[in-house]
Design a protein around this ligand. Sequence first.
Ligand code: CUA
Length: 350
Amino acid sequence: MGNEEITSTPESRTHFRELVAIGLVASVIGVSLGLVIDWFPTQATEQGERVDTLWDVLIICSVPVFVLVIVVVLYCVWRYRMKPGEELKDGPPIHGNTKLEIVWTAIPAVILVALCSYAYAVLRDVEEADARALNVEVVGQQFTWTFYYKDANGKRIASPQLYVPRGRQVNFTVKSDDVIHDFWVPAFRLKIDAVPGISTHLRATPKTVGQYPVVCAELCGIGHAAMRQTAHVVEPDEFETWLANGGRPPGEADETGAGAGAPDGKTVFGDNGCGGCHALADAGTTGGTGPNLDEVLPDKNAAFIEKSIVDPGAEIAPGYSDIMPPSFGQTLQPAELDARVKDLDEVAGK
Ligand code: CUA
C-alpha cells in the first residue's frame, strides 16, 4: 500500500502538543539527572577529562531519545487505551508513510555519524604520543600485576605497586604471562586487555596526586577479583627518588637492607595483595582463593614459608591449585621477603 492521507483533528493536534511538551520536560529532567549524578570515581589524568566530556555529550544526545520513546509509549497507554464498547472506533490500519520513514532514518543517522566522528577525535587525542613519555611495562599474571621500570642506569626494576609522576605522559606496554587480563585504572578512565603473546599500549598523563585502584577487568580465573593493586600518582621529584631507591618509597630500606628502618612484614603482606587470596586473622583478611594461613601455618617452619612464597608451585596444599603467582621471589626485595617470612613465622608460632 502507498501513502495514505493522515487526517488531523483539533483533538489530535492538542494531543500532539501535549506529547511534545511532556517529552521536552522529561528530557530536560533526564539529561539534568544524567549530568548531575557523579557516576565515576576521581578523575586523575588529562585523557580522563576528554573521556568525561565525551560521556556528558553522549548523555545529552542519548537520554532524550530514550525518554522520547518511553514518553510516547506511556502517553499512548494513557490516552488511547481501548475501553469496553470502543472496539470499533479504530479507523482502517495505515500502511507506510515515506516522509515519516525518511525523517526517522535520517535524524538517527546524522546523530550517529556526528557522535562517531567526535568519539574518533577523542580517541586520536587520548592516544597522542609525547616523546618525553615514561615507559612502564605492565605484566599481568594469575593473579597479580607487576610493573617494570628502567632506572637512570638502565637497570630493570620490578614493583608490585604502580608509581607514576604527575604531569608526565606514561606509555604503558601491557603484556600477559598466561591468560587474558585487562589493565584498568578507573581514575585514569582508560583500560586495555593484556593478551598473551602480544603487547598492547595505553598512554595516560596523570594530573592529580593520589592513590587509585588498579583493577583487572577481564574474568581471568578464580582469583580475578583479588587482582587489585594501587596506582600512586606522586610529584616528579618523589618519583625520581622512588626510582633511584630501586622502586621503594623514600625511607624504606634498599635491597641491601640499608636505609631508614627495615621493611615491615605486615606492610609487605598488605602492599602485595596477599590478603586477596589468603585469610589471616593477624592481618584481618578473609580471602578464600588460597589456603587459610591461620590453619596451615602453625606446623610450618620459616624455610617452608619462604619457599611457599618464592616457589609456590613446589608444594600445593591439598584441595588447592597451582595458581599463586610465581613472581614474588622477583618483586619482593630480600629484606621484604625476610620481614614477611619472619612475621608469618611469628604468627604461626602463636
Ligand atoms: Cu586478571 Cu581478572
